[in-house]
Design a protein around this ligand. Structure first.
Ligand code: PMV
Length: 304
C-alpha cells in the first residue's frame, strides 16, 4: 500500500494577471491532501463524498487520474482513499493536490517511473479536462512545493513567515470571475491592461524581497496587489473586511488569494502577531487557518 500527499497553495501575487501571461508568485502551504492506493480486484475510490468506482461526478479528479495512468500501467484494479485537510473549492488548490497525490500514488504502486515534471503536466491536463480550463499553476506548485514564479517555473527562496488564511466559506466560481475580468478588459482596455501589467511587474519586483526575506516591503506590494484586484472587480465587502482586520492587527500584508469573489484572503505575519490576526479574522466571521510555506511538493508518505 502506498500513501502520497500533496500541498495546497496561496498566491502572493499575480492571480488573474497570470491568465494574460503576466508573472505570478505562488507558495505551497503546509496543508496537505493524502491519497492511499493499494492493489485490488476492482476500482474503488473512497472519500468523505462516498465510495464509488470510476465516477466523473463524485470523484472526477481521481477518476481521471486512474484513466490517465492507464497510459503508463495496466491498472485493472486499485483501491484509493482520499483524506484532505484542504477546504474544497476555496482557492487553496484542493483539486490540484488530490490530483497530483493520486498520480504519484499510482506512479509508485504500479512502478511507472514518472518524474515530477510529467506528474505536473498530467495533473494540469486533468484539471483542464475537469474544469474546462485551468492554468498550470496549482498542479505545478502542488507537485514541486516551495515558492514558485509562474509562468517561468522558477523556484524562489522559501518564505519564512507565518501565513494566516481567512476563508469566507463562500463558493466562488473561478471561471465566472475570470470571465468578468475579461469583459472589463474589453470594455476598458486602456485602464485594465495597465493594471494587469502592473500586477505582473509587481511579481517580478517582489522576487528580490522574497530572496532577501524583506517581508515588510514584500507586504507593501501585496497590499497594492489587493487594491488592484479590488479595482478589477474581484473583491467583496467580506474579503475586504478580513483584509483590513488583518492589517489593523499587525499583518505585514493582507490580500485576496485566488479568484476572489468569495473564497479566501491571506495575511503574512511575524510569528508573534499570528494569533492576534487569526482572532481578528475569526471575529470578522471567517474560518482561520494558520500555516507556513512548505518546500515539499508531492511526496511519498508510506510504502507497505
Ligand atoms: O481561486 P483559484 O485558486 O482557482 O485561482 C484562480 C487564479 C486565476 O488566476 C484567477 C485563474 C487561473 O487559472 O490562473
Amino acid at each position: 500500500m502506498i500513501t502520497c500527499s500533496a500541498p495546497g497553495k496561496i498566491y502572493l501575487f499575480g492571480e488573474h494577471a497570470v491568465v494574460y501571461g503576466q508573472s505570478a508568485i505562488c507558495c505551497a502551504i503546509d496543508i496537505r491532501t493524502r491519497v492511499q492506493a493499494e492493489r485490488c480486484d476492482s476500482i474503488v475510490i473512497e472519500s468523505v463524498l462516498g465510495r464509488t468506482g470510476i465516477d466523473y461526478d463524485i470523484h472526477p479528479y481521481v477518476s481521471k487520474a486512474i484513466e490517465k495512468m492507464q497510459d503508463h500501467a495496466d491498472i485493472e484494479g486499485v483501491k484509493i482513499r482520499i483524506d484532505s485537510n484542504l477546504p474544497v473549492g476555496s482557492g487553496l488548490g484542493s483539486s490540484a493536490a488530490v490530483t497530483v497525490a493520486a498520480i504519484q500514488a499510482l506512479n509508485h504502486l504500479f512502478n511507472c517511473n514518472l518524474q515530477l515534471e510529467e506528474i505536473a503536466t498530467i495533473g494540469h491536463g486533468i484539471e483542464k479536462e475537469v474544469q474546462g480550463n485551468a492554468s498550470p499553476t496549482d498542479t505545478y506548485v502542488s507537485t514541486m512545493g516551495g515558492v514558485v514564479m509562474i509562468p517561468q517555473r522558477r523556484k524562489l527562496q522559501a518564505l519564512e513567515c507565518t501565513i494566516v488564511i481567512g476563508n469566507t466559506g463562500r463558493f466562488s466560481s473561478t471561471r465566472e470571475l475570470v470571465a468578468s475580468v475579461a469583459r472589463l478588459k474589453i470594455e476598458f482596455p486602456d485602464i485594465i491592461d495597465p493594471i494587469l501589467t502592473n500586477i505582473g511587474t509587481m511579481s517580478l519586483i517582489a522576487e528580490e524581497y522574497v530572496s532577501r526575506k524583506e517581508y515588510a516591503t514584500l507586504g507593501k506590494l501585496m497590499n497594492v496587489n489587493h487594491g488592484l484586484l479590488d479595482a478589477i472587480g474581484v473583491g467583496s465587502a467580506e474579503l475586504s473586511a478580513l483584509v483590513y482586520a488583518a492589517r489593523s492587527n499587525g499583518a505585514l500584508a493582507a490580500k485576496i488569494t485566488g479568484a476572489g469573489g468569495g473564497g479566501c484572503m491571506v495575511a503574512l505575519s511575524d510569528e508573534p502577531e499570528a494569533q492576534r490576526i487569526a482572532k481578528a479574522i475569526s471575529d470578522s466571521g471567517a474560518e482561520v487557518i494558520i500555516t507556513r510555506n512548505t518546500h515539499e511538493g508531492v511526496r511519498l508518505e508510506t510504502q507497505k
